[in-house]
Every structure is written in structure tokens, then in C-alpha cells.
Design a protein around this ligand. Sequence first.
Ligand code: ASP
Length: 443
Amino acid sequence: MPWYRKLHWQIIVGLILGILYGIVAAANGWSQFTSDWIAPFGTIFISGLQLIAVPLVLGSLITGVASLSDIRKLSRIGGKTIFIYVATTAVAVTIGLLIVNIARPGDQLPPDARDRLQSQFADEASVGEQRAEEVEERGPLQLFEDIVPSNFFASASSNRNMLQVVFVSILFGIGLIQVPKENSKPLLDLFEGLTAVVIRLVDLIMLIAPIGVFALIARTITELVQGDDFGQVLGLLGALGFYSLAVVMGLIAHMSFTYALMLKLLTPLKLKTFIAGIAPVQLVAFSTSSSGATLPLTMERCEEKLGVSEEVSSFVLPLGATVNMDGTALYQAVAAVFIAQALGMDIGIWGQITIVLTAVLASIGTAAVPGAGIIMLVIILQAINVPSAGIALIFGVDRILDMMRTVTNVTGDATVACVVAATEGQLHPPDLSEEADRIRLSA
Ligand code: ASP
């Protein structure tokens, strides 16, 4: 297949053209034209992906759980998955803390830049604080209360309630295992059919991915350069450069050490195969900033290109998209310490330990949608007694960092899916099967 027909190249071309267009549009003051005529294509692309997210989670998790056929297998795979998710998130937070404590980016922020940022983003910060307060007010066990809906159709009607959909699907799947075959069969067939159709729809929606990505990036750049003042954006990036660099370095370190090591030690997958398989997923995560919207593609690529069995992918990935956010947790740790440093506060060792615990929990509670991570950050700041209005300092660069942490989030989900599949004997990478065929034929 010529390179230009490969999906990830098409998306990269869309991405580069989007950046170029965004810069030209910002420099020439075309923001109205961009939001009227370009941005809608991005919205259509994201909506298309989100449209199939609920039916996909529903269909695939129900059939996934039901195909595990006995509760013991379900609890083994479930326990393993949740353990690896939490452990990798804790490692991510630790990497973030190490980097931010060694590099101390908060000390580099000039006091005048700090005052300017605080007043510029005061409004956004208070909205974020308000939303976090609502979350805070709800008591320690609220997370569990929130997972169980009293009306399934109400939860299925919003992509923000994905955790509830995940819960109901698992419950329904368990119910299916326990009823006689003649009762479960028609329902299983229905959900299997639903999953197959939705996966087909992913291919159709991905046909417009290059255009969608172009539009999303173009819009992000023109929106970032509010008031068409390029100098202002560059100044902001300069002031927050060290902070952004610390986050990005942490994310890269986590992906290239933790994930690479897990893949190498625990799976037969070649790193090259993994990267080639997952590249389009990362590009879509980067441009949509939403692991929820990326989920359909993550599932398709993991099954078709990495050889993860349907049984594992349909359980591990929908769960991961909603609860496993290593990139978000790492970012929250760096951001919390950065804000404390910039405000001249010392949070001490207990503060750091509190960050590890709260960041792991906050990332689990973060919705898989753009910009959710910064709202949960307020809860971490409150836990370590740092003024939560401090998020005003980092709002300006949050969109860019959101794109990057979402890439890490989806890469983490795919890595864990491969590891769980390998330990269950359910990972059959296409290139390894081809190799095995060749050896068998030549023997
Ligand atoms: N945008 C991220 C995601 O969907 C969540 C976050 O804001 O960190 O994975």
C-alpha cells in the first residue's frame, strides 16, 4: 500500500496542514471565518466518534463479560486489569513528582508573569473552582454512589456518564452468564450484532479523520491566539515553558520507560508493531483531546493490528478509557507542585504523598472529555492546602497539555490491554502469526 493511503499518514498531513492554516488564519485575523467554515468539520468528526461510544461500550462490554462465561475468570481478568491500571497510574504520578521537584519550574516564573496570568484567567479559575466544589461537597463515598445509576436511559443519554454505562454493562453481562442459554442467546446475538455494526461504523467515520483533524487543530490554534495577538501567546508559552516542558518530559518518560518495559517484559509484541498499530489512535487522541471519543478506534486497532482478543479488548479498553488516565494523573501532580512553587509555598513530604493518593483517585474520577483534568486538579490543590485559584496560572497552556496527556492516556489503555491479553494467552500479533506461518511452510 503506498504511504499516502495509510491512515496515520493521512492524519499527519491533516495535522500539519491544520497547524499551518491555524497560524496563517491567526496572523490574518480569520478567526470568524475559521469558526464558521472550518471548525464545524472538527465538531462533526468528534460527534461522530462520540455518537458510537455508548453503543460500543454497551455492546462490547456486555458480550465481553458474557463471553468470560464464568465469574471466576471475570474476577481474575477484572482484578488483574484494575491492579495494573492503578499501579501504572501511581508510577506516572511518581515520575511527574520526581521531574517537577528536580526541575522546579515554578521558581522560573517571573513574579510579574504570575500576577498577569492570575488576573487574566481569574474568571476561568473561579468556574473551575465552583465545579470542583460541587464534586467536593459530595462526601467520600460519592464516587461509588455515582457509579450506580437509578435510571439507565438517563445515564446512556450523556457521554459524561460513561462510568455508569460501564457499570450497567458489566452487571448485565454477569446476569447473562447466570440465566439459561435459551434466554441469554437472543440477547447475546443482538449485542454481538450491535458491536459488529458499530466497529464497522468506526471505519466509515475514520474516512473523514484527516479533515476532522485538520479542522480541530486549526480551530484550537485560532482560539488559542485570542484577539489575534501572536506575541501574547508566545509570551505565555515562554513564561510557562518550563512547566509545559516538565509535563511533556514526564509523559514521554512514562511512555518510553514504563510502557515500553511492560510491553517488552510481559508481551511478545515488538515495539515497532505496537507503535505502528497505535499511531492513528494517538493522533486522534491528540486532536480530539478525549479518550472517550478515541475509544472506538483504540478497540479496533488493538484487535486488528496488535492481535488483542475481542474478549480482553472489549473488557479492558472501555474500562480503561473511563478510569485509567496516567497522563492526566502525571499532569495533575506536576501542575499541583508547580502552582505551589510559583506561589512560594513548600508542601513538604506529606503534601507529596497526598498528591500521589489524590492524583490516582482524581484521575479515576476524571471524565474522558477535553479539559476535565484541570477541574479535578482543584481537588488535589485543596487536599494540599494550596489556593485553588492557582489554576489561573496554568489555564493558558492547558489545551496543548490536554492533547498530550490524552495521548498518554490512550497509549496506557492499549499497553494494559496487550499485557492482560498476553498473560491470558490471548494476544496474537499479526506479524508473529505471519512469521509462524512462514516457519511452518518452510519446514
Ligand atoms: N482529556 C483527557 C482525556 O479524555 C482528560 C483530561 O482532561 O485530562 O483523556
